[in-house]
Design a protein around this ligand. Sequence first.
Ligand SMILES: [Fe+2]
Ligand SMILES: [Fe+2]
Length: 268
Amino acid sequence: MKLLFIGDIVGRPGRNAVKELLPELHEQHALDFVIANGENSAGGSGITPKTAGEIFSAGVDVITSGDHLWDQKEVMELLANEKRFLRPLNYPAGTLGQGSGVFEVQSPKSKAQGPISVAVLNAQGRTFMPPLENPFLLAVEEVKRLREQTKIIFVDFHAEATSEKIAFARFLDGQVSAVVGTHTHVQTADEQIFPGGTAYLSDAGFTGPHESVLGREIEPVIQRFLTGMPQRFEVAKERVILHGAVIEINEASGKALTIQRIAKAATE
Ligand SMILES: [Fe+2]
Ligand SMILES: [Fe+2]
């Protein structure tokens, strides 16, 4: 089976790019399942039921998140009611929402008969990030639990430091199908498959305006670095690109066969 992961969707330009490009990507790659990080989908900060609804309607099956989770108060409704929306697993016990889920792919394009179960797990790093529980310890337990239901497991590891991302993925090698990083908004060129069969990419990049600083207008960010004074960081507009990765997975073993980086320009 083939799944597409889409890097952090930033604001309306990012949402529009998903709407425009997903049908073509489906066609091109014969996708069975689509996962997207939506932590910046509402005005660049956070996510609301409305922006999540737009992303789901565009053809995304599961939305993951990260440190911008709480930026919009309406997220509480998603955390309480939407099983297709994940937050990082390693929030303290009792936090609303869920860090993983198992989803049915009803009509896979592959040869496998009947529906396939795909697990998605979202975790957040702790290096140069707000303190959360240890993602290594929690993820290994969660993966053990998920593997009782399916061997096809995709992990979005939302983290800043490449060392933490690589160590996390190496730690899970052979236990999950893929670990793809998010959060830096800069797509890395280190896609590979580890010896145990886990596909890896340090960062998927972001989906939104690239004539920007990580999706925001350039000038206020420069001013912030020059003066240290707080600025309004509006979402930029130009050169919209969808960033992500397509991963092909052996359904029987759950091991990755290929990983391909995606960078597709929007026309609108
Ligand atoms: Fe982000
Ligand atoms: Fe983030």
